[in-house]
Structure formats: structure tokens, C-alpha cells
Design a protein around this ligand. Sequence first.
Ligand SMILES: [Zn+2]
Length: 316
Amino acid sequence: MNWITNFVRPTINSLFSRREVPENLWTKCPECGTMLFHRELADNLNVCTNCDHHLAFSPRKRFEALFDNGVFTEIKVPEPIADPLHFKDQKRYPDRLKAAQKATGEKEAMLVAEGEMNRTPIVAAAQDFAFMGGSMSMYVGNAIIAGAERAVKLKRPFVIFTAAGGARMQEGILALMQMPRTTIAVEMLKEARLPYIVVLTHPTTGGVTASYAMLGDVHLAEPNALIGFAGARVIEQTIREKLPEGFQRSEYLLDHGMIDRVTHRKALKDELTRIIRMMMGLPPAVKADLPAPDKVPAAETEPKSGNPEKSGKKDG
Ligand SMILES: [Zn+2]
């Protein structure tokens, strides 16, 4: 009997519970419908391996891909007042926040960090569309200011990845006030003569497009990202005209001079490094890793370093 309760039953149970897992292991590409295995998708930076469609990418995963060896330090963001308007629709605002925090595992809609990208020190911020539509809240404003202040202090460029549906309704005018606040944060960078680079990702709309997302020294965009202020339907109804194909998409905006470049997600890191190093007057990045000291054959090191014993004694 013990054998049945201790071994057979758990095995049967585990067989049945395993049924739920495959749903999370596969993601369907919204563009071409291909089922993508989670590991393959993650290795490809959340870009569809079949049609190159750029799926959503969380700030944390983005930073892991952006910074050398995935190492970065988060920058602390000052806490704003919680729910100042006591806003309530179908749900209370604090409950919505809690649900978003639980779903994303993040505190708020923006992550700020410092680290090195191809050995180029930068400060970066990324907006999380999965967190209440990436909406611009007081916290997001504080995050941008904290990032800009840190960049000025360390004399580093500031790179921001935007993704937003606009201002956070639940914070009303206080969310809208983040437009002038973040504009001043960008001004601080310009006064310090530090590059401010914006990478527009799908979708960047509303008040975010009307403030810090369009104030960069250089604007890059991921392919086929929706970027605009008002929605296409609203514009169509207002001007009573059919909008052209590809309207408000990265490639269209590039053709019309709104942005500087459309860059594939996999090429972003190198592209950003190149632009930043040029703007900062730095030599091109060293791409290849130098061989580790113990791996260099003895014959190669001896003639160059002269007398290794002597230098060894000096260090000691
Ligand atoms: Zn696809």
C-alpha cells in the first residue's frame, strides 16, 4: 500500500498537473501565428523567429540583454504620494496598482538602471507596457528625473526605451504634470551636454510622445512600432480623410523625418554604443574579449612583459 500512496499516486498526479504547463511554454506570434517556444523566443530577444515581429519585451529582460553580461544596478526612485485623488472606477486605484505589480513582478511602469553597454557606461530607463499600459504616472516622472540626475552626476548619457498608452488617468492632472517635469529633466541633460537618446518601442502614444519621447538628441525606433499622439481613428474622424497605409508606424515616421533610424532589436545594443561613443567623443568600442591572462601561452607573454618576476615583486 505504501508503494501506491508514496510513488504511484504522486506520479499520476504529476502527470495530470503537467498538462497546464505547455500553455506557458509557447507564445503565439500575433503577426504570423507561429507558435514560439519560450526559450527560443527569449534567446531571440522576444522577436519572432519566423516573421521578425517584435513582441513585447519587459524592461528587466531588455536590460539583461542591453548591459554587458546582463549586469546592471537599479537606481532608486523617490516614492510619490499614493492615490492622491482617491480614484475609483470599477476598481480602486490602489487595487489596480497591486494587480499590475502582481502580474509584472515590478513596482511601477518604469525601471531605471546604470551599467555598461559594450563597456560604455550609461544610465538607462525602460517603460513597461504590461504595467497599466506603461502609463505615465508620478512615479514614472520621478524615475525619469532620478535617471537624468544620476546621468548628470556620473556624466553619462541617458538612454530611454519608451512604451506607453499615455498619462495615467487615475492620477489626473498630477500625471499630466509629468510632461513639463520630464521636459525639465531632459533640459538638465542638455545643459550638462550629455546625449539623451530615445528608443521608441511599440506602442508609444499620448502624453509620452508629447513630452520626453520626442525630445531626444537621436530617436531610434524598433521596426513596425506604433508611435503617435492621437489614435488613428480620432484623426480620421477629425480630418475626414482616409489615412495612408503604415500611418504612425516606425518606417512611415522615418520616411517623413520624424525619427532618425529604425533598428532591429538585435542590432540596438551596437547601434546605441556607436551613436553614444561618437557623441561622447570616445574611440570605437572594443568588441572582442581580451584573452584571460592564464590562457595566453607563456611564449607570447614573456618577450612583451620583459621580466615577469620583477613586476610580480613590485606588486607584492
Ligand atoms: Zn511571427
